[in-house]
Design a protein around this ligand. Structure first.
Ligand SMILES: [Ca+2]
Ligand SMILES: [Ca+2]
Ligand SMILES: [Ca+2]
Length: 168
C-alpha cells in the first residue's frame, strides 16, 4: 500500500481539509425613508440587509448561511396621512385645522369628537354636541343652547325668520 501512495503526486496525498464558508459583516441598509405598507393590521416598513461571502466553502465544508435578511424598521407616524398610528391622537386624513382633528394630529379640537381611525383608516370627526357653543361638523349653527326660536334651533339648524346668527 505504501508504494501505491508514493506513486501519486504530492497534491493528491495531502489531507484535504474542509473549508467552511465565511461571510462578511452585515451591510446594514438604512431603514429610514422606506415606504410603509399596511400589513396584518398595522403599518410596517421593511428593509433588507446584505452580506457577502468572504471565503467560499470547499472540500465539503459548511455551506454559506443566508446572505440577506429582512428587518422591520420603524414606521413613523405621519400626521394627516389617514393612518392613525403611534402617538397620534387623531388622523382625519388631512393637515387642516378647524375640522375636528388638528393639522398635526395631536389634538381633537374643542367641540368635536373623532373616532374610527386606526392604522388602516382615518378618523371621522363629527360635532360633539349641539348646544356646546362650537359649530362643528354638520351643524349649521351652535349658539350654545338647546332652545328654539332664538335663531339657532335645538338641532343646530339655522331658524328661518328675522334671526341671524353670529359667532359659533
Ligand atoms: Ca397618521
Ligand atoms: Ca384636520
Ligand atoms: Ca356643537
Amino acid at each position: 500500500m505504501l508504494g501505491a501512495v508514493d506513486a501519486k503526486s504530492e497534491g493528491e496525498v495531502e489531507e484535504i481539509t474542509p473549508i467552511n464558508c465565511e461571510v462578511g459583516e452585515w451591510e446594514l441598509h438604512p431603514a429610514n425613508g422606506k415606504p410603509c405598507v399596511f400589513q396584518t393590521g398595522n403599518l410596517k416598513c421593511f428593509s433588507s440587509n446584505v452580506r457577502s461571502i468572504a471565503v467560499e466553502p470547499a472540500h465539503g465544508g459548511e455551506s454559506c448561511p443566508s446572505l440577506s435578511e429582512t428587518v422591520e424598521c420603524a414606521c413613523p407616524a405621519v400626521a394627516g396621512d389617514g393612518h392613525k398610528v403611534g402617538s397620534e391622537v387623531c388622523d382625519d386624513g388631512n393637515v387642516e385645522n378647524g375640522d375636528g382633528c388638528s393639522a398635526d394630529g395631536a389634538t381633537v379640537e374643542s367641540g368635536w369628537v373623532c373616532s374610527g381611525g386606526d392604522a388602516s383608516k382615518a378618523d371621522l370627526c363629527l360635532a360633539a354636541s349641539c348646544g356646546d357653543g362650537v359649530r362643528a361638523g354638520a351643524e349649521e349653527c351652535d349658539d350654545g343652547n338647546n332652545a328654539d326660536n332664538d335663531g339657532c334651533a335645538s338641532d343646530c339648524k339655522v331658524e328661518s325668520g328675522e334671526f341671524f346668527c353670529e359667532g359659533g
